[in-house]
Ligand binder design. Structure first.
Ligand SMILES: [Zn+2]
Length: 79
């Protein structure tokens, strides 16, 4: 995990297990500011939560942990 993402994860008590965390790390690795980042969560078929192909790619709300973390960064869900 990249340093600023780790700091945000620790500050918000995020469990770190979401795809959003990896995405933020990739931004930071590319020297893109993570502050104000916007994310979009989608259902992924065949993942750990067992979604089927019928919902693959459908937008879903951030989980509460991500909601808090993106709030902390001053970002949010893409509109
Ligand atoms: Zn999440």
């Amino acid at each position: 995990m990249t340093p600023r993402v780790r700091a945000a994860v620790e500050a918000t008590g995020h469990h770190g297990g979401c795809a959003e965390i990896g995405a933020l790390c990739r931004l930071e690795e590319q020297q893109v500011p993570i502050e104000g980042a916007e994310g979009l969560a989608v259902h992924v078929a065949g993942g750990s939560q067992g979604y089927g192909p019928e919902v693959h790619g459908m937008v879903k709300p951030f989980c509460p942990a991500c909601e808090k973390l993106f709030d902390y960064l001053g970002g949010g869900t893409m509109k």
